[in-house]
Write a new protein. Structure first.
Length: 125
């Protein structure tokens, strides 16, 4: 693979990563502002109101750790746990989990594209 193609793939990964992190950043901001819609959503999900701010902090932490290149792998792992929790919460209510699954896949796709060593590791066997 040429260096020019490699750079394009890395940039595509950066774009995908930002797109994947954006909904979480917006959700974290809404939680930290304790927006009325968030309060309503927490009630719908059966989660107590005092969890709003801690969940917002956790989401924001995942976003920051994921977007920093040196810690992006750890961020993807943290996001996987967070998204897993959202999936279980929605499954418990009998709701669709496609958006959460898609965001989880997008997180790993972004990391895969922007980390050449990860691509090499996965396809070297």
């Amino acid at each position: 693979m040429t260096e020019g193609n490699e750079r394009k793939i890395i940039w595509a990964g950066r774009v995908v990563s930002v797109i994947a992190a954006l909904p979480f950043a917006m959700s974290a901001a809404m939680k930290l502002m304790i927006h009325p819609e968030v309060v309503k959503g927490m009630s719908h999900l059966g989660l107590p109101e005092p969890l709003i701010v801690p969940l917002g902090v956790l989401e924001l932490l995942c976003v920051v750790v994921y977007l920093i290149p040196r810690t992006s792998f750890l961020g993807a792992i943290l996001f996987t746990g967070y998204v897993g929790g959202t999936i279980v919460t929605h499954l418990r209510l009998g709701e669709s989990v496609y958006p959460q699954v898609a965001l989880g896949a997008l997180i790993w796709l972004g990391l895969y594209l922007r980390r050449p060593r990860l691509r090499k590791l996965l396809w070297s066997a």
